[in-house]
Design a protein around this ligand. Structure first.
Ligand SMILES: *Cc1c(COP(=O)(O)O)cnc(C)c1O
Length: 471
């Protein structure tokens, strides 16, 4: 059988040529983004975008694909990109991801990804060590904070639950305690696990949007009185909306006293322990039973790569196993290299390559430098806002996430919400800046995540000027 298309598709010389063109395009783009040229995005409504690409498919003389995509997407490296918490990937990490995407090692069993499996062990061992864990700790990489939170809570159930739900099914009344400001995926994970709305005990936050730990005891006691079985406390490090860190050491005290599992959702900023300056934000993280850290948020990785770390590595082996015990002994060989035993996924991304390449290329100092710079910048923006009349911060920044709003004197709450909502919409449509919005206790705030290493003080001032001009 003739296979002309397959011949063409796997032609090494066409691959080389296209590959060189693509890298040239991306390198030029990086240069212009670094210089702050162009807009962050050219916003189009979904239907217009769909029509464009439908037409593109049919167009015999369509312009080159990569170039066209760049014109139709959001530039996360742009200095005026200040929206969602997605990393502007380190170029070296993007190249490592290309390597991984070309090899397509499946990772489910060791020999289907020998190098990336070994790297995954080394990368997660490094994270465990830096989190302050001992030699019993183990981790793995999985696809996103959402899945990692679910997996961590499933491990918690296996380790601390009263009944063997994995084998016998759910009939119980398990519950978790989590701050009302936590990411919605924690609530979703508990519901997937069968706990329902009643099983998610929301702990109120203080004025800085940190879990009010004085409420833990009363909520816990009430849950017991109602016949619920609290399993775990989930701490946010930090929570998504305002970037506020729950006091992990106090959560750990509580969990130790009540024999509860402490799970830390550090998807955004769990890796603050890499920073001298900001490490104290996660004081107590070494006492957590499990910790989630997204590589694709504060660690410069391409989507999607999340580390899930366990203080007691044995807990990670029983999550999806019929056996409720796993012994990490020296005599029995621990098969850390068969990753699918511990991960939700079977086939999974070889994302350890990206972490490993970056650690090899720059050492962990690259992460420290980035975290310090971006968190410093959060404080800088707060300072600029405080200097201007008619502005208001939702709370003091604890990370590179900041919520604030324009609040002209004498304006009523509904008009003020409308004003800020319209400002954000107009910013989106203009495309010069990209920021998002959030609602806190009924009040609309503008929200920035300062993710680009190219954002400077000047860009922050320009943002505030632009908002004032619109208002
Ligand atoms: C982003 C985020 C998540 C979700 O992680 P994904 O990688 O997007 O699935 C969970 N929790 C917190 C605190 C986050 O910031």
């Amino acid at each position: 059988m003739e296979t002309p298309l397959l011949e063409q598709a796997y032609n090494p010389e066409s691959f080389r040529k296209l590959g060189h063109q693509l890298i040239d395009l991306l390198a030029d783009r990086l240069g212009s983004l670094k210089a702050g040229e162009g807009d962050v995005l050219h916003f189009r409504l979904p239907e217009a975008e769909r029509a464009f690409w439908q037409q593109y498919l049919l167009d015999q003389e369509a312009p080159p694909l990569a170039q066209t995509v760049l014109e139709h997407t959001t530039q996360v490296h742009h200095p005026r990109y200040m929206g969602h918490q997605v990393a502007p990937p380190l170029p070296l990490a993007s190249l490592a991801a290309l390597l991984g995407a070309s090899l397509n090692n499946g990772m489910a069993v060791y020999e289907m990804g020998m190098a990336p499996s070994a790297m995954e062990r080394l990368v997660t061992d490094w994270l465990c060590r830096r989190a302050g864990y001992g030699s019993q700790a183990r981790g793995f990489l999985t696809s996103g904070g959402t899945l990692a939170n679910l997996t961590g809570l499933l491990a918690a159930r296996r380790a601390r639950g009263n009944s063997d739900i994995w084998n016998e099914g759910y009939s119980g009344k398990e519950a978790i305690l989590v701050s009302e400001a936590a990411h919605y995926c924690v609530d979703r994970a508990a519901r997937i696990m069968g706990m329902g709305q009643a099983g998610v005990l929301k702990v109120p936050v203080d004025s800085d949007f940190r879990m009010d730990t004085a409420q833990l005891g009363p909520i816990y006691d009430r849950a017991l009185a109602e016949g619920l079985e609290p399993l775990a406390v989930v701490g946010s490090a930090p929570c998504t909306a305002t970037g506020s860190y729950d006091p992990l050491d106090r959560l750990a005290d509580f969990c130790e006293a009540k024999n509860l599992w402490l799970h830390v959702d550090g998807a955004h900023g769990g890796a603050a322990f890499l920073s001298q300056k900001y490490g104290s934000l996660v004081r107590g993280i070494e006492r957590a039973d499990s910790v989630v850290i997204d590589g694709h948020k504060m660690l410069g990785m391409p989507v999607l790569s999340t580390a899930l770390l366990f203080r007691n590595g044995a807990d990670s082996y029983t999550t999806f196993s019929q056996e409720a015990e796993y012994l990490l002994t020296e005599t029995e060989e621990e098969d850390w290299y068969n990753l699918a035993k511990r991960t939700f996924e079977c086939t999974k991304l070889t994302s350890s390559l990206t972490w490993f390449a970056v650690l090899k290329g720059y050492g962990e100092a690259i992460f420290t430098e980035y975290i310090d710079r971006q968190y410093d910048q959060g404080r800088q923006l707060a300072e600029l806002i405080r200097q201007r009349p008619g502005w208001e911060l939702a709370c003091e920044p604890q990370s590179n996430i900041l919520c604030f709003r324009l609040h002209p004197k004498g304006i009523d709450p509904a008009s003020c919400n409308r004003l800020n909502r319209r400002i954000r919409q107009q910013l989106l449509e203009e495309g010069k800046f990209y920021i998002v919005q959030t609602k806190l206790n009924g009040t609309v705030y503008l929200r920035t995540s300062l993710m680009s290493p190219f954002t400077t003080r000047r860009h922050l001032v320009e943002l505030l000027d632009a908002v004032e001009a619109m208002a």
